[in-house]
Design a binder for this molecule. Sequence first.
Ligand code: CMC
Length: 370
Amino acid sequence: MTATKGLEGIVATTSSVSSIIDGILTYRGYDIDDLAENASFEEVIYLLWYGKLPKAAELTRIRDELSAAAAIPEQVVDLIRLFPKNANSMAALRSATSALALYDGEADDMTKEANLRKAVRLQAQIPTIIAAFSRIRDGKEPIAPKAGATIAENFLYMLSGEEPSDVAVKALDKALVLHADHELNASTFAGRVTVATLSDIYSGVTSAIGALKGPLHGGANEAVMAMLEEIGTLENIDPYVNRKLENKEKLMGFGHRVYKNGDPRAKHLQKMSLELGSQTGDLKWYEMSIRIENLVTGLKGLKPNVDFYSASVYTTLKIPRDLFTPIFAISRCSGWTAHILEQYENNRLIRPRAEYVGPSTQKYVPVERR
Ligand code: CMC
């Protein structure tokens, strides 16, 4: 038995949710470029859960279901009030999402219909949790979801209490489409492993949030913004990047386990970063990002991934830095739940082996003789 570090190249399951083949990402066979240009996030959610794009009436139904399910139990709001004001936002999201199960009478109902209803509630309530957490820590009251609003519109509204601009809603909606699913990424795998024990969907999504939190996965978008802020000016870029590379440190937002010729999602976020920066008259973060990309790609051959330009996009939308990864969770919840539903459909316990590299057989020695 020989281990493959990081399971690189190991095919761990079959799936019909999304694919990455020859560097092309598809959701249910639809190219991400096509979806990014044309689909709304609610259409993508439907596509991921049901395997087909919704007809007009189906789209209206899923929008209504999501909108109707967006309020979170008062007990979960009270729990969020108890969190420390400086709590890590992903830890807060992980804890509050786990708590949702306690107030869901169907939490342990394992029928397909109940699991789909819970997927709707999770998808609808994760944005509400994040907005409530953000406002409560700022000493403000949470805002109730707005009936009939899309997820992107509602999230921005619940965050600021103001009607968001069309430009902001469209930009966030596109970012949600781009992050919705990504084959067997670390958080999706974590979710599938959890539910393959026949544990419930809340446990699966809570596991996935824990995995997304790390800086090698979803946490990279916040780390990119921290890097841009640390660098501060265009002039500081070259010495910063050179120093990082010389010290063999990672530059956040670059590289990918699967894509070696570039992440197909990055170009859409780059374009959005330019458009939003031009509209607000602040191209500083975009220009810095371009310079860093040129340098890192030139020196090391590494290309930006989805997290690199999402940092400047969210910053231009005035979203606090530590909510970037929670926003990734809003989007990826659609993929996690689609994969969890798929796992339940054709389940087998996921239980790989480990190559043992510890000491060879030893004999127990009583404590007084050690
Ligand atoms: N900066 C500098 N060097 C890098 C980077 C980077 N961002 N990424 C990879 N490398 C180098 C790495 O040092 C190694 O070099 P060497 O062979 O000389 O030791 C080589 O490239 C292979 O890297 P690895 O870490 O073994 O590759 P991996 O497939 O295990 O990791 C990764 C993939 C995404 C974790 C890694 O590229 C990385 O840490 N990137 C920075 C964090 C990041 O942006 N994460 C977001 C990933 S995309 C969105 C998501 O899935 O959440």
